[in-house]
Design a protein around this ligand. Structure first.
Ligand code: ATP
Ligand code: MG
Length: 724
């Protein structure tokens, strides 16, 4: 990627003063306007590159001018403007096509184009990893990238519909996987990795999506000010009368217990009715038949009916279903026997010594079973939906020779570090994911730096950095890691509790420098830790997790007879979601944490096999307002995104590197021997030039194709000389 970013600046452009509009020195090519050049466009050019204050000041200056993009070398940092800046038009796409990074202001499309060109010319798979906290703009960036490729890439010879499918898969996934939260009105409640496949002519011919850890607890509970997944509201607002009648639904979301918990069915920024139309159309584009749409909506409706299913206790305190009407609809929509479902919602089947025993549930247990069913039905349907979209995105040319020569461009839109007042199992999984990605990032950045030095024949100088492998091991190691210990406790039903899990953690990993509990803490730190908590010292800082619910969430139990009932479903989608093989006693399903760990390891392998590019998204304020730059909030994100570490690694050796041809072209006027033309080897020309400029030996190194400059001030001085 590096090579393509260092093209020759166009010769005839007017030279501008090398000072930004606010007097800050910049070293950009002269095609840029003064406004484009506020602050530094690449953090590696900050004089005081270890200062977080200088880093944030540069972000602020640029943000004030609506310059939301800034680089750290090849990494793009983006600040959510919360307003439409009109910077993603077709003209903008054209402006960034085929030009080198430094000729144009930093932009997402510059990354898009660079990645695409590398894919085409080097024929190497690429991956753009987009990270940041909730509301920072990851999903918007992903959508803009997809749009860029859909609009600027050539159309494939066959199967042109794949472009539409790639774009249309998004509203469907968002309807089922996104929700309004306090942080973001359209928050993705799952992680997503999407591959786009290109044929040898650079036309998109297929795609594939992997999804991670849908937040299914949202199906049955939402915090105040939050909503359930968009699809429920869309269906109620936009669904046709006849559809709603068939599904036994009323229009008013207030009628449904699963939709009223957050008390905010209506959101001003969301138009459920028109979104419904978009989703309905998109389903057709991604190959849903009318029958499949019906089956899918039956499932959505069944979740709402489940939420309204109530129980009363009989004289023996056993739960009985009291809402016959709901049961009637559920029976039909889920495609199961009424009596079986009734029994499954109020009893638990236990197999002891080969005999089946039915044990009645009390009220609390029945409500738990009902909610577990709703979550299982919804999340498995989501998994099915992803698989269905993948079938529609699969390249139809799988057998043709062009298939074999496809290259892949991956887009990763995954949750960032989460630190709340109260952190639970979900945050534990998400933050573990971030540790893994940080580890990969450091590894790949160092590796690519090292590779470039090697390719250029420059001695590699070891970089001091924090290797967070120790934290990844703490979480994922076999036998001794937190996940292993959690799984072990999940194998002791009836005996183990969240607190015995915590005790086991204390016994096993008490010595670990990144792990702490109330018992292990000293007097000073104990105050801030409760008895039911453990604290991890993540690369980005400390996070305290409350163990309540860890076992339950990790087990993700669905009573056996509910599973059996669902396996008999005549709804074709549910038939695929619930498989009889699960009922075998021999096969114990993997726990949630272990499944997640395995899918993450797989993701890391996928990403490692590709050339990486990074977009780091920052949210400027908590009130979703344009123009507000909340410094405290931003400082946190700079930390959690590891940006200072990133800059340090990037700056460890040389701040700046440039191909000899480009360097000579730009500065040849500063030396009588190289001006107006240098006829020898560019490298020799640069040698003559820098000697003339008085560069000291420790200030630069000459590689095979590039000059490496250690400090920005050397370059600034040279830039200044141009102006004289
Ligand atoms: P989550 O982790 O919750 O899914 P996210 O990082 O995906 O968050 P987005 O949904 O992409 O966040 O962005 C949140 C909102 O911010 C968008 O709905 C949009 O209103 C605004 N936004 C994000 N990026 C941009 C942008 N580049 N230009 C204008 N508005 C933006
Ligand atoms: Mg998102």
């Amino acid at each position: 990627m590096e090579g393509s970013r260092e093209g020759v600046p166009p010769p005839n452009r007017r030279k501008r003063k090398a000072l930004g509009s606010d007097g800050v020195r910049v070293t950009m090519e002269s095609a840029l306007t003064a406004r484009d050049r506020v602050g530094v466009q690449d953090f590696v050019l900050l004089e005081n590159f270890t200062s977080e204050a200088a880093f944030i000041e540069n972000l602020r200056r640029r943000f004030r001018e609506n310059l939301i993009y800034t680089y750290i070398g090849p990494v793009l940092v983006s600040v959510n403007p919360y307003r439409d800046l009109q910077i993603y038009s077709r003209q903008h796409m054209e402006r960034y096509r085929g030009v080198s990074f430094y000729e144009v202001p930093p932009h997402l499309f510059a990354v898009a184009d660079t990645v695409y060109r590398a894919l085409r010319t080097e024929r190497r798979d690429q991956a753009v990893m987009i990270s940041g906290e909730s509301g920072a703009g990851k999903t918007e960036a992903t959508k803009r990238l997809l749009q860029f490729y859909a609009e600027t890439c050539p159309a494939p010879e066959r199967g042109g519909a794949v472009r539409d499918r790639l774009l249309q898969s998004n509203p469907v996934l968002e309807a089922f996987g996104n929700a309004k939260t306090l942080r973001n009105d359209n928050s993705s409640r799952f992680g997503k990795y999407m591959d786009v496949q290109f044929d040898f002519k650079g036309a998109p011919v297929g795609g594939h999506i992997l999804s991670y850890l849908l937040e299914k607890s949202r199906v049955v509970h939402q915090n105040h000010g939050e909503r359930n997944f968009h699809i429920f509201y869309q269906l109620l607002e936009g669904g046709e009368e006849e559809t709603l009648r068939r599904l036994g639904l009323e229009r008013n979301p207030q009628s449904y217990l699963y939709l009223v918990k957050g008390q905010c069915a209506k959101v001003s920024s969301i138009n459920d009715k028109s979104d419904w139309k978009v989703v309905r159309k998109a389903l057709t584009v991604i190959d849903f038949t009318e029958d499949e749409v019906e089956d899918l909506l039956s499932i959505v409706a069944s979740v709402l009916h489940l939420g309204n299913t109530h129980f009363a206790a009989d004289e023996e305190s056993n739960a009985q279903v009291t809402t016959e009407n709901q049961l009637k609809y559920l029976t039909r929509l889920l495609g199961v026997e009424g009596s079986t479902l009734r029994e499954a919602l109020t009893h638990r089947k236990i197999i002891a010594k080969g005999e089946e025993l039915l044990s009645p549930l009390n009220l609390e247990q029945a409500a738990y079973a009902r909610d577990a069913l709703a979550k299982a039905v919804y999340s498995r349907t989501f998994t099915w939906l992803v698989a269905k979209i993948n079938r529609s995105l699969a390249s139809k040319d799988a057998e043709s020779p062009s298939w074999r020569s496809t290259t892949v461009l991956g887009l990763l839109d995954i949750y960032g570090f989460e630190v709340f007042q109260h952190n639970s199992f979900e945050q534990f999984c998400i933050n573990y994911c971030n540790e893994k990605l940080q580890q990969l990032f450091i590894e790949l950045t160092l590796k690519s730096e090292q590779e470039e030095y090697e390719a250029e024949g420059i001695a590699w100088e070891p970089v001091q950095y924090f290797n967070n492998k120790i934290i990844c091991d703490l979480v994922e190691e076999k036998f001794k890691g937190i996940i292993s210990i959690l799984d072990e406790e999940c194998l002791r039903p009836g005996e183990a509790t969240d607190l015995t899990f915590l005790e086991k953690l204390e016994d096993t990993i008490k010595q670990h420098p990144h792990f702490l509990t109330h018992k292990l803490a000293d007097q000073r730190t104990r105050k801030s830790l409760d008895r039911g908590e453990f604290r991890l010292l993540h690369y980005a800082g400390e996070v305290t997790y409350n163990v309540t619910g860890f076992l339950d969430k990790n087990n993700d139990l669905l009573f056996r007879n509910l599973k059996e009932t669902m396996c008999s479903s005549e709804n074709p989608i549910l038939g695929q979601c619930f498989d009889r093989s699960e009922l075998s006693d021999k096969k114990r399903p993997e726990t949630v944490a272990t499944q997640f760990k395995m899918s993450l390891l797989e993701l890391v392998e996928i990403l490692k096999s590709k050339e990486p590019a990074y977009v780091r998204c920052i949210k400027p304020n908590d009130s979703k307002q344009p123009g507000r730059f909340d410094e405290v909030l931003i400082r946190h994100q700079v930390k959690y995104l590891g940006l200072m570490e990133n800059l340090r690694v990037r700056r460890a050796g040389f701040a700046y590197r440039r191909k000899y041809e480009a360097f000579l072209q730009r500065y040849k006027s500063l030396c009588p021997e190289t001006w107006p033309t240098w006829t020898g080897r560019p490298q020799d020309g640069v040698t003559v030039l820098v000697r003339h400029l008085g560069y000291k030996p420790e200030e630069y190194k000459m590689g095979r194709t590039k000059i490496f400059i250690r400090f920005p001030k050397t370059l600034f001085a040279t830039e200044d000389a141009l102006e004289i």
